[in-house]
Design a protein around this ligand. Structure first.
Ligand code: IPM
Ligand code: MN
Length: 340
């Protein structure tokens, strides 16, 4: 069962619960019989506070050459004001997403028992290198009564098209073959129109996929009231960020939500991380839910071509029935390992 070649994986445990859930994910990968050659990178809030290092170009280049990057969580505790907003987000996470051209953020959701979307599967395909995240804009007359702050949204045909194409190919693999574009075409008329036309154009090559469109505000209602209407949702960077947290909430909590920051052509290492943050309040208590990190490792295994191991771990997560809060990180991880 085990693949003879071992994959080279960069591991960024990060802050708070990040290292614990990452260890859990790596333990599960080992139990699934996949050999990884790992190298740890000490990056994140703790590192920054210690010596001011965020991520330099040399380290980014080193990361690029790996087969994958597995990340736990990055960030200081809530209320810790020693790190200005954006230092780690832009300097570390977005530097990797942009620098490694990880233009897809793929986030599959499965409604766990008792959740609003119980038993349902859908996925968000979020454009990951453009939109308002591109950082266009600036400040004039800072701090004065005449201050001007602009923050533009970048939408290129190239960027939108490659994202939409990936979303269609994902939707085409589903039995329901549904794709929903979520945007705000009634107000963001320039960007919205580009997205809409690109979906129509790319969709011509996927005649079996049923295409729907929703405004993002309406989608917030449908996510809660009728999540069964979705297969793949494709949307821009910021809408995708916001909808991911809502999707996490309706499928059982962000503690289950996995994500893959992908360069589908494998020109650089793709990055796999849970959607959740560092949760410093429960770090070290053994209470963190490792399932989001484990499901992120499933996405990593798929990307590495370890499809059989990925399928077995995904099945073990889907079959998991225990009480996460009572079992804790180790207990949940052990149960998953036993089912493999
Ligand atoms: C996410 C996170 C990031 C984002 C932050 C930490 C920059 O919220 O991965 O969803 O906004 O993309
Ligand atoms: Mn987010």
């Amino acid at each position: 069962m085990s693949n003879q070649t071992s994959h080279r994986v960069a591991v960024i445990g990060g802050d708070g619960i990040g290292p614990e859930v990452t260890t859990a994910a790596l333990d599960v990968v080992a139990s699934a019989g996949v050999a990884l050659e790992t190298k740890s990178f000490d990056l994140g809030a703790a590192r920054y506070l210690r010596d001011g290092f965020v991520l330099d170009d040399a380290t980014l280049e080193e990361l690029r050459a790996f087969d994958a990057i597995l990340l736990g969580a990055i960030g200081p505790a809530i209320g810790d004001t020693r790190i200005a907003g954006g230092v780690l987000e832009r300097g570390l996470l977005l530097k990797m997403r942009f620098g490694l051209d990880l233009y897809i953020n793929y986030r599959p959701f499965h409604g766990v028992e008792g959740s609003l979307a119980q038993g349902l599967d859908f996925a968000i395909v979020r454009e990951n290198t453009e939109g308002p995240y591109a950082g266009e804009g600036g400040v004039l007359r800072y701090g004065t009564a005449y201050e001007v702050a602009t923050q533009g949204s970048v939408n290129t045909r190239f960027g939108v098209e490659r994202c939409v194409r990936y979303a269609f190919s994902r939707a085409n693999q589903l039995s329901c073959k549904k794709l929903t574009l979520v945007h705000k075409t009634n107000v963001l008329t320039f960007a919205g129109d580009l997205w809409r036309r690109v979906v129509a154009e790319v969709g011509a090559s996927f005649p079996d996929v049923e295409v729907d469109y929703q405004h993002v505000d309406a989608a917030c209602i449908y996510f809660v009231e009728s999540p069964e209407r979705y297969g793949v949702i494709v949307t821009d960077n910021l809408f995708g960020d916001i909808l991911s947290d809502l999707a996490g909430a309706v499928t059982g909590g962000i503690g289950y939500a996995a994500s893959a920051n992908l360069n589908p052509e494998k020109n650089s290492a793709s990055l796999f991380e849970p959607v959740h943050g560092a949760a410093h309040d429960i770090a070290g208590t053994g209470k963190a839910n490792p399932l989001a990190a484990i499901s992120s490792a499933v996405l990593m295994l798929e990307h590495l071509g370890e499809v059989d191991a990925a399928r077995r771990v995904a099945q073990a997560v889907a079959d998991f029935e225990g009480d996460v809060a009572a079992l804790g990180t180790r207990g949940v991880t052990k149960l998953i390992q036993e089912r493999l």
